[in-house]
Design a protein around this ligand. Sequence first.
Ligand SMILES: NC(=O)C1=CN([C@@H]2O[C@H](COP(=O)(O)OP(=O)(O)OC[C@H]3O[C@@H](n4cnc5c(N)ncnc54)[C@H](OP(=O)(O)O)[C@@H]3O)[C@@H](O)[C@H]2O)[C@@H](O)CC1
Ligand SMILES: Nc1ncnc2c1ncn2[C@@H]1O[C@H](COP(=O)(O)OP(=O)(O)O)[C@@H](O)[C@H]1O
Ligand SMILES: [K+]
Length: 503
Amino acid sequence: MRIAGVEMMREIDRIAVEEIGIPAPVLMENAALACIRNLDLTKGYFVVVCGRGNNGGDGFAIARHLYCMDKEVDVFYISEGSDYKTETRTNFRILKRLGVPMIPLSSETMWSFREALKDADVVIDSLVGTGVAKPLRDFLRQVIQEININSKYVLSVDVPSGMNADNGETMGQVIDADMTVTFQCMKRGFLNYDAMSKLGRVIVENIGIPGPVEAKAEKGEFLTDHALARSLVPLRDKTGFKSNYGKVLVVAGSSGFTGAALICTEAAISTGSGLVTLCSREEVFQSLVLRLKEAMSIHPDDLEDGTGRADVVVFGPGLGAGDVTFDMLLRVIKSMQENGGRSKTLLLDADGLNVLKDRTEILTHLDFNVILTPHVGEMSRLCGLSSEVIQKNRIDTARSFAQEHKCIVVLKGYNTVITDGKTAYVNPTGSSAMAQGGMGDALAGIIGSLCGQGLEPLEAAILGTYLHGYIGDELAGENYIVKASEIIEAIPGCMKRLQDSKR
Ligand SMILES: NC(=O)C1=CN([C@@H]2O[C@H](COP(=O)(O)OP(=O)(O)OC[C@H]3O[C@@H](n4cnc5c(N)ncnc54)[C@H](OP(=O)(O)O)[C@@H]3O)[C@@H](O)[C@H]2O)[C@@H](O)CC1
Ligand SMILES: Nc1ncnc2c1ncn2[C@@H]1O[C@H](COP(=O)(O)OP(=O)(O)O)[C@@H](O)[C@H]1O
Ligand SMILES: [K+]
C-alpha cells in the first residue's frame, strides 16, 4: 500500500479525473460509501459536520446515505468562506431539496450544535481534509473544540480535521477521532508518533482509483502489507540441499551477553538457513559452543576463514562496544572485500553499529551489501541527531542516511522504517508487547537468514520485519508480552502458512 502526502493525493486526484476521466462525483460517492461501510449502522442518531471543500462534500453525501437508511441525521455546515466546489455544491443542494435538517454554524447556532453533539450516537467530522496546510481560522478551531468536548464517538473523514496530512502536526486545533477512514493511501502524517493518539482506529479504503494512477504519482513510500510479504517468502524446492539455503555467520556474544548470540543464531536457523555458524568473543566461546545444537561454531582466531565461507555475516548482537569489536569488524570487512563481495551481505546490529560512531564513512566504500538495523538510540549515535528529532522524522532520517552511506537502514521501533535510500517501506506489524531485550537479536538473525536464502537485501529486510512483527502480533493476541524465544519457535509455522498460501 502506498503512503501519500497532500501533494501526492492532489496529483492522484488530478490524474484520475483529468487524464483517466473518472468523474469526480463518482470518487466522492465512493468516498462517502467507504465511510458508510465503517459506521455502526445499528446506531440511530448521526450528526454530520461539513466544511466547504471536498471533504465537506464527502460529508454531505454521507448524510444523504444515512437519510436514505431512515437514520435521524442533522447536518451542521460552515456557511462562511469561498464558494463550494462543484461536487460539494451538488451534494449540498440535494440535501436541501430532500429537506434534511441543515443548520449553518455560527455563534447563534452554537448552543444547538452543542446539544446535538451531546445527543448524537456518532459525529461525522468532514470539516477539512487534505486541502489545508496552514493554521486554522479561529471559528473552525472553536467548532473542533466543541466536537472534542461534547461528542461520544467521532468518525473523521479522510483526516482528523486540523491535522496536517503531510507531517501529522496540529494546525491550531485537531479533532480527537475514534476512527479515521482515509482514502486510497495511508497518509504520511499518520505515521508521526505524536499524531497517532488523534487518529483512533485508521482504516484505509479504496475509492476506485486504479493502482497505475497511484503509481504515476508515487513518491517511493509504502506500507508493507500481507500480500507483499507473502510474495517475498522463498519457496523451498523439492530437491533443495542445505547449501542452497545460505551460509550465515553470526558474530555475536560477549561476557554477560551470551543470550544475544544464541537468539540471533537460532532465529537464523528457524527462518530456514541451511548452514549457520557462530563466532563469539574469546571469553565466552567455549560456554556458547556447548549450548549450540544445529549451529556450528568457529573460534574468533579463525574469523577470516568463517567470513570467507559465508554468504551473509550478521555482526554485533551482544558483542561489546569496545576496540576488540571494532577490530573484529575491520577483519570481517577486509575478508569480505577480498572474497568477491558483490553477492555477499553484512548485517550490522547492536554493538556492530555502536562501534561505528563517528566512523560511518567506512560504510561508503564497500563492495558488498550492507544492512544496518538500529533502534532509535543506535540511529542517534550513527547520525548525530537527537532521538527526539529522529522520532519526528523517521522516514526522512533513515532515507537520507541510507542514501549517503549506500546501505539499507532498518530503523526499528513502532512502524519500523526500511529503506535503501530510494524507496522506503513502513512496517505495520509488531507492538510494545515485543519491547523486550533480545527481540532485535532475533530480527537480525531472521533478516540475515532471508538474505542467505536469495532475497535481495531490501526484500529480506521488508519480509523479515513483517514476519517478526506478525508473529509478535499473533502471540500478543493472547499474551501480555512476547519473548524472543517464542518468536523463534513460531517462525517455521508462520513461514509454512505463507509458503502454502502462495502455491
Ligand atoms: N483525493 C481524492 O482523490 C479525493 C478526495 N476527496 C476529499 O477531498 C478532500 C480534499 O478536498 P479539498 O482539496 O477541497 O480540501 P478540504 O480538505 O476540503 O479543505 C478545503 C476547505 O478548507 C477551508 N480552509 C482552508 N484553509 C483554512 C484555514 N486556514 N482555516 C479554516 N478553513 C480553511 C477552505 O475554505 P476557504 O479558505 O477556501 O474559504 C475549504 O473550504 C479530501 O480530504 C477528501 O475528503 C474525495 O471527495 C474524493 C476524491
Ligand atoms: N512498540 C513497538 N511496536 C512495534 N515493534 C516494537 C515495539 N517495541 C519494540 N519493537 C520491536 O522489537 C525489536 C526490539 O529491538 P531492539 O530494541 O534492538 O532490542 P534488543 O537490542 O534488546 O534485542 C525491534 O524489532 C522493534 O521494532
Ligand atoms: K475531516
